[in-house]
Design a binder for this molecule. Sequence first.
Ligand SMILES: C/C1=C2N=C(/C=C3N=C(/C(C)=C4\N[C@@](C)([C@@H]5N=C1[C@](C)(CCC(=O)O)[C@H]5CC(=O)O)[C@@](C)(CC(=O)O)[C@@H]4CCC(=O)O)[C@@](C)(CC(=O)O)[C@@H]\3CCC(=O)O)C(C)(C)[C@@H]/2CCC(=O)O
Length: 208
Amino acid sequence: MHQYEKDGPAIYRQSFATIRAEADLAGLPADVSQVAVRMIHACGMVDLVKDLAFSPNAVADARAALRAGAPILCDVAMVASGVTRKRLPADNDVVCTLSDPSVPELAAKMGTTRSAAALELWRDRMEGAVVAVGNAPTALFRLLEMIEEGAPRPAAVIGVPVGFVGAMESKEALAEHPSGLEHLIVRGRRGGSAIAAAALNAIASEEE
Ligand SMILES: C/C1=C2N=C(/C=C3N=C(/C(C)=C4\N[C@@](C)([C@@H]5N=C1[C@](C)(CCC(=O)O)[C@H]5CC(=O)O)[C@@](C)(CC(=O)O)[C@@H]4CCC(=O)O)[C@@](C)(CC(=O)O)[C@@H]\3CCC(=O)O)C(C)(C)[C@@H]/2CCC(=O)O
């Protein structure tokens, strides 16, 4: 017989206590610290804190937008699936346009990935939205290009694409973007859909 914890809430309590004991959260504002705990929870890496970067109002503005009913625009279905609907304060729409039938042709026409092309279908929902990019660096780059071209401005961007090609660069581009978009990023190669969804879930609700 294996001995292991079977009580879900107890597992969560123990996880969050371990993260708070092991992660150096001291330098973070309270609202970012609470989000960081969930991001670490999603990946098991307590040193994620050192790569976190954020604009001062990122969490507050994203939270206010969600309370006001803003949609959540996700780059991939994995991010959208990870959003816990019951945590959302205003039954917010969770949108991922990647599987829209028009996207492959659009991507071919634009000469880009499907992930980036799918953002064309966000345009009429971008104003004041909360954007969560957890996978595709090209989607984050395309978001910045769209803003430069005059597209409506989201309230905040959780920018945590993962990987080796463009991930670090796209996140740095977001952090340094002249538009001053409110943002939360993980610098470097680390990121991923689970971290993006966890950040969103933490922002959606102040409870652990
Ligand atoms: C280059 C791509 C990368 N994908 C990564 C990691 C993972 N992707 C998974 C899955 C299932 C999907 N990835 C796509 C988004 C697909 N991935 C790409 C693209 C080729 C280009 C994106 C980019 O560079 O910006 C992209 C296809 C596209 O044309 O946009 C996906 C749509 C592919 C597909 O199945 O059709 C799909 C998303 C499905 C969804 O909607 O949820 C993985 C699960 C890998 C796997 O299947 O083994 C994994 C998930 C990681 C995560 O946490 O999200 C990288 C590493 C991000 C990589 C980009 C950077 C690099 O260094 O290569």
